[in-house]
Design a protein around this ligand. Structure first.
Ligand code: SAH
Length: 344
């Protein structure tokens, strides 16, 4: 690891990542470089719709509520969820107001297209979660937190340093020790990641859920333990790429630190459930049963449906890598999939 001091034009890593990803998502059609769960099987969005319906009932079936999604990509998850809600729970479909948190104009256009058939009025878009209107809330977010910019801190024999970027390489500048919301011991000679926008979202949601009824579901690849280490990665043309090269042409992500995220939400007042693995969560919600039902109705698609379900749930595929965390207002029943665990 280089120990050279950053030149004057160097950027802090999170500033570099924010700039690169803003450019990437504004210019690259989704799926050019990676495929996400809702694009693998329609059952993913349907199960999240069923999850939302049960949570809505647990909230006392409010006559009007906000169904929000953060980082909706092509709008597939929301379209699949709304189709299920309309069919299985018409009273909920009457009560729903759809709000999408999305910064990329390109993605917003895709989402408008995907949802045209599902909604009589267009959804409301926001640049940030914090501008969602007040009221009962159910928030869904798949592969959203991993795109938010991180800072990286490196411990060396001389103390803590922060990573900066210039000319496609890292530099280190001395800094105070990083502070994470969970009181984890920071071992010497480690690299620690801090995703400030994710922690700000957790704190904002925690306060909101303590004040008004609601729930939020986050699905992302990340670690449940307090492991440290460098998880910054780039995908370009579906292949791993060097994260600092060709900024804006590759998708930059980092593993979600669910321990820190959950601690920040809990401190602000939310009940925190999970994490569970994606595989366990989807199976408990009925992934295999719903897939078999669809396959029986459309035998020509049976193979694709079964292999999609397998890809989402199998431990060696996405089933273990991806994890699920739910945040709920205190006093609400445990959300579907998490009934066995007590909230923390
Ligand atoms: N949830 C979708 C897409 C995941 S890709 C799916 O599962 O297919 C990440 C999404 O988050 C994209 O829609 C991207 O434009 C959006 N995004 C990235 N950074 C964002 C930010 N800071 N604020 C809002 N949306 C963001």
């Amino acid at each position: 690891m280089t120990m050279r001091a950053p030149p004057p034009h160097a950027e802090r890593l999170d500033h570099f990542m924010a700039r690169a990803n803003t450019r990437y998502y504004a210019n690259t059609p989704l799926l050019s470089d990676f495929i996400t769960a809702p694009e693998i099987s329609q059952v993913f969005g349907e199960l999240l719709g069923a999850w939302a319906a049960m949570v809505w009932q647990g909230m006392g079936s409010p006559a009007s509520f906000i169904l929000a999604e953060a980082g909706p990509g092509r709008g597939t998850l929301m379209a699949d969820a709304l189709r299920l809600i309309t069919r299985a729970c018409p009273a909920m479909a009457q009560a729903v107001q759809v709000h999408l948190v999305e910064t990329s104009p390109l993605m917003r256009a895709e989402q408008a297209k995907a949802l045209r058939a599902s909604l009589t009025t267009p959804p409301h878009w926001h640049d940030r979660l914090e501008t969602l209107p007040d009221g009962p809330l159910i928030l869904l977010a798949n592969e959203f937190l991993d795109a938010l910019p991180i800072r990286q801190f490196v411990h060396t024999p001389d103390g803590w340093n922060e990573r900066y970027v210039a000319d496609e390489r890292f530099y280190l500048a001395p800094c105070p020790a990083p502070v994470l919301p969970d009181a984890r011991p920071l071992e010497p000679d480690t690299l620690v990641e801090l995703c400030e926008p994710a922690l700000a979202i957790a704190a904002w949601l925690g306060q909101r859920l303590a004040r008004a009824p609601g729930a939020a579901l986050f699905i992302d690849y990340g670690h449940a333990s307090t492991l440290t280490g460098d998880s910054l990665q780039a995908l370009r043309h579906a292949r791993p790429a060097a994260p600092l090269e060709a900024a804006g042409q590759a998708d930059l992500t980092a593993h979600v630190d669910f321990t820190a995220f959950g601690a920040a939400a809990r401190q602000a007042g939310a009940c925190v459930y999970g994490t569970l693995t994606q595989g366990a969560f989807l199976r408990r919600l009925g992934l295999m049963e719903r897939t078999a039902q669809l396959a029986a109705a459309a035998p020509e698609q049976a193979q694709a449906l079964l292999s999609g379900a397998e890809r989402l749930a199998a431990p060696e595929k996405m089933g273990h890598l991806f994890r699920v965390m739910a945040l709920l207002s205190p006093g609400l029943p445990a959300p579907p999939g998490f009934e066995e665990g007590l909230p923390t």
